[in-house]
Design a protein around this ligand. Structure first.
Ligand SMILES: O=c1ccn([C@@H]2O[C@H](COP(=O)(O)O)[C@@H](O)[C@H]2O)c(=O)[nH]1
Length: 224
């Protein structure tokens, strides 16, 4: 079975991105390319890294009116990402239209509550329910809209999985026990997240910030 660990290549620098991706290529399950990479390198950059042969997770967290999001998804062609993110808070019609616009082979997953937010942050943006309840609410919305799964923290994945047995659960905010937490607030160790029901883990700085990214990745993989 291929590794469930997707490495977040968060850099605008194509040379650095290629170097990290090449270093981790043998032991990673895929590459996660997000806003930092995409805003600078665009589709051409994504297609270049895709040549390494790993599945591509395009983490664009699309969030706009349904027509705009659907057209943006279509505009990604000829990229066929293995996984693509949209924001659940865009609402049901936006989620349905995003899924309809995506290639059949692409898993479209909805970001629920960013792992950098805690309950105080949610309250400050007018979300009265706590993180757990909000993730459950948005997971139900994503499921009803026909999406493939959600993005949530390891702290919510077990409850979400109980209600959506065949859902695809993407878990960032992964921190090995001795790692710096940085701006993440809802974190979990790789092993605990897998045990809780994560389908894939997203790991960035604990690997990309290491002196030897492939060694850091293998150390994490050895805990699974
Ligand atoms: O809720 C979310 C959604 C996406 N992310 C992304 O995952 C990686 C995490 O990187 P680390 O360096 O391991 O913190 C990053 O690309 C985020 O954009 C997330 O962290 N939380």
């Amino acid at each position: 079975m291929s590794s469930p660990i997707f490495i977040a290549i968060d850099t605008p620098d194509m040379d650095r991105a290629r170097s990290i991706a090449t270093a981790v290529k043998r032991h990673a399950g895929g590459l996660k390319l997000g806003l930092e990479f995409f805003c600078h390198n665009g589709r051409a950059g994504v297609l270049e890294l895709a040549e390494l042969g790993l599945p591509i997770f395009l983490d664009l967290k699309l969030h706009d009116i349904p027509n705009t999001v659907a057209k943006a998804v279509q505009a990604l062609s000829p990229i066929t990402p293995a996984v693509l993110t949209v924001h659940a808070a865009g609402g049901r019609a936006m989620l349905e239209d995003a899924k309809a616009a995506a290639p059949a082979a692409t898993k479209v997953v909805a970001v629920t509550v960013l792992t950098s937010l805690d309950n105080d942050d949610l309250e400050s943006i007018g979300v009265a329910s706590n993180g757990h309840a909000q993730v459950e609410r948005l997971a139900a919305l994503a499921r009803e809209a026909g999406l493939d799964g959600i993005v949530c923290s390891g702290q919510e994945v077990a409850a979400a999985r109980r209600k959506w047995k065949d859902g695809f659960f993407v878990v960032p905010g992964i921190r090995p026990a001795d790692s710096a937490i940085g701006d993440q607030k809802r974190i979990m160790t790789p092993r605990a997240a897998i045990d809780a029901g994560a389908s894939i883990l997203v790991v960035g700085r604990p690997v990309t910030g290491a002196d030897h990214p492939d060694e850091a990745l293998r150390a994490i993989a050895a805990t699974l």
